[in-house]
Design a protein. Structure first.
Length: 119
């Protein structure tokens, strides 16, 4: 009699569809491609991550600060049904003429994807 093992564990299927748009002066094509690859480590191919970064514009609250707006849309399916989460944030990038490198679009998206992937 031949007995073979059967595993109930299937390999996880990741690879969310990731779309990123940003002005070239704020995020290079290489950076965009890097974040698209990071999106492939998130959930399933049925999930969608859309991130749009605007041009730099004056802050509504402080005339000495310029910001870019980051809009993030997450779509997919959960056990409770389909979901669509949208968030938008004005990220301060230039204050009194000096760039705040910690808030650059590249650094900001690194933090966003790190949080998404780690759970």
């Amino acid at each position: 009699m031949n007995i073979s093992k059967i595993s109930a564990y299937a390999a996880p299927s990741f690879s969310a569809q990731t779309r990123i748009s940003a002005p070239e002066n704020l995020l290079s094509k290489d950076d965009i491609n890097r974040f698209v690859e990071m999106g492939k480590k998130y959930k399933t191919p049925q999930d969608i991550i859309e991130i749009n970064i605007s041009d730099i514009h004056p802050s509504e609250n402080n005339p000495n600060v310029q910001v870019y707006t980051c809009t993030k849309i997450m779509k997919g399916k959960s056990p409770k049904g389909e979901y669509c989460d949208k968030s938008q944030m004005a990220v301060p990038y230039i204050k009194n003429g000096q760039k705040i490198e910690n808030n650059s679009p590249k650094n900001y998206l690194s933090k966003v994807f790190s949080r998404l992937i780690s759970g």
